[in-house]
Write a protein that binds this ligand. Sequence first.
Ligand code: ADP
Length: 170
Amino acid sequence: MKKNRLEIIKGDITHINVDAIVNAANASLRGGGGVDGAIHKAAGPELLSECEKLNGCDTGEAKITGGYNLKAKYIIHTVGPVWFGGYRDEPEQLASCYQSSLKLAKDKKVRTIAFPGISTGVYGFPKDLAAVIAINETRRFLLKNSYPERVIFVAFDDESFEAFRKILEL
Ligand code: ADP
């Protein structure tokens, strides 16, 4: 696999010029705080109207909508696990978020996709472990698939950036 299919950048995911961005949504898909709030604000109210028709989303799964006012054509909404100490299948559920999101991207022939650190905000998943899962699952998917061509991990703060960087350099 070409190394440049994976990249980390520091910044705001709503400003990134990619075909699809991933949202760390909650099960209702009706918007919320953190990156979810930022994405709804940037995409505009039509996003909420489309989300309301989707009947929510289970933990570890993903659903796709349009990107509306964003540069991205699509938003892939995935619901990460709340961290309860790691004994409630949280790592497997987070892995499933990445696999489900990448599968939707592949089905739409998305060339470039950006992920935030799913579950690493108010859901409390440890950033280092989340970065291992994010990068391992993405590598595993890319080895078997030619879409998406490039995956960007967007770190909102220095701690997240370092967590991704340490793993990507392994
Ligand atoms: P969760 O409920 O899945 O934990 P959060 O939105 O609270 O979701 O946080 C997920 C991650 O997204 C955190 O690492 C947070 O710092 C980051 N984040 C928050 N806002 C943005 C943004 N605008 N762009 C990229 N990442 C963001």
